[in-house]
Design a protein around this ligand. Structure first.
Ligand code: SF4
Ligand code: SF4
Length: 381
């Protein structure tokens, strides 16, 4: 399996388009994937509609360039996603600049909240049936277009996890309720992935996100575009570029184990740049217990988790209601004052990820801070 890495220094349209075209050439060319008249769904990552400079969403320049490339190949580009909270997708597509990119380069913008969904039997490890937005099944060619980012729960999010967004509406919160841990959520994500047939992944790694991703981290210039016919293989390479051992990424590990893609680096042919020449040491989320021996890491993480909590800052909260829509445990109330019921909270961090106003804070007790600091020390950072 070939994964291509091509350098791209910024989001200037022509440079981005040339970098994507080069990355596609290195894995066989767009003509191998898109035939005249094919409907091509570009599954972008819109989350909750942060502006492009926040580096939380697929950049509109990458979406615009890929839309143009599909058009020039004779395909019919669809661009779609659903946001993390029901009712916010249209606004999110607009705020992220993706709607504008579609209008400029001739893509059909699709809001998965309004397309209807198929109920698909998958007999997965966590999920038995999933509701998948119809365009993800009906399209001729399905393309994952993720952002290169860290993730507080799953460490890394890329081409495979990007498909969490094909679950429209409140379905995402329901899955979080069933799968609240790193392991169970990773298995559930791979269950969803098993129901799909993506033919291509193109990753926006020009500016990635380090630290507390997927939305509260810091932008980092990583200056690469990656392409691959296999989302699992792309994730293995992308996570290595970020400084995460690919075997530690559970979505990659489980998908590889289940034969859904190639997740072993020694079975992947890297084209273009070499990993070691573009590797960066992305800052990890502070929940980086995975760098410790498994038994120790799990103990420390569990202990730290037990003394950490999410809380809403009354001063910062704009009462927009996004967190309520996304909370799988119905743990949040806003009146008379914003409050999280700690008994109900399952610590999925969705509210923290989706609050556009930075009002949801992670609070760690004294003991928790000691444990996390110790963990950093043990991890050598
Ligand atoms: S905490 Fe954030 S997401 Fe929740 S209501 Fe307040 S501003 Fe909105
Ligand atoms: S309050 Fe926040 S962290 Fe707790 S369950 Fe709800 S969304 Fe998840």
């Amino acid at each position: 399996m070939k994964v291509s890495i091509v350098k791209c220094e910024d989001y200037e349209h022509r440079r981005v388009k040339n970098a994507i075209l080069r990355s596609l050439e290195l894995i066989g060319g767009i003509g191998e994937i898109v035939k005249a008249g094919d409907t091509v769904l570009l599954k972008v990552n819109v989350i909750i509609g942060f502006p492009p400079e926040r580096a939380a969403t697929t950049h509109p320049a990458v979406v615009g360039a890929m839309t143009e490339i599909v058009n020039e190949a004779g395909g019919i580009p669809w661009v779609g996603d659903s946001s993390g909270a029901y009712g916010y997708t249209a606004k999110s597509l607009e705020l992220s600049g993706i709607k504008g990119a579609c209008e400029e380069y001739g893509g059909k913008l699709i809001n998965f909240e309004s397309t209807g969904a198929y109920s698909v039997n998958i007999e997965g490890q966590i999920l038995k049936t999933v509701n998948i937005a119809k365009p993800a099944i009906d399209c001729d060619v399905l393309v994952s277009m993720p952002k290169m980012k860290t993730h507080q729960l799953t460490k890394y999010t890329g081409a495979v996890k990007n498909f969490y967004g094909v679950i429209p509406g409140s379905g995402k919160a329901a899955i979080h309720r069933q799968a609240p841990t790193e392991e169970s959520l990773s298995r559930a994500v791979v269950d969803i992935y098993s129901a799909l047939k993506p033919q291509l992944a193109v990753m926006d790694g020009i500016v990635g996100m380090e630290g507390e991703g997927a939305t509260n981290g810091t932008p980092i210039a990583s200056n690469v575009i990656l392409s691959c016919r296999d989302c699992v293989a792309l994730d293995a390479v992308a996570s290595e570029i970020m400084g995460f051992p690919h075997n530690d990424i559970l979505t990659t590990h489980f998908a590889n184990e289940r034969g859904l893609g190639i997740g072993e680096l020694d079975k992947i042919e890297v084209m273009g740049e070499r990993i070691k020449d573009v590797r960066l040491d992305f800052k990890k989320s502070r929940y980086m217990y995975y760098k410790l021996p498994a038994f120790l890491g799990k103990f420390i993480f569990k202990s730290a988790e037990n003394v950490s909590k999410v809380a809403i800052s009354e001063n910062d909260c704009k009462r927009c209601g996004v967190c309520i829509e996304s909370c799988p445990a119905s743990a949040i109330t806003l009146e008379p004052a914003p409050l999280i019921d700690q008994e109900k909270c399952i610590k999925c961090y969705c509210c923290h990820e989706l609050c556009r106003n930075g009002a949801v804070k992670l609070k760690t007790s004294f003991i928790g801070r000691r444990l996390l600091n110790r963990m950093k020390y043990e991890a050598g950072d």
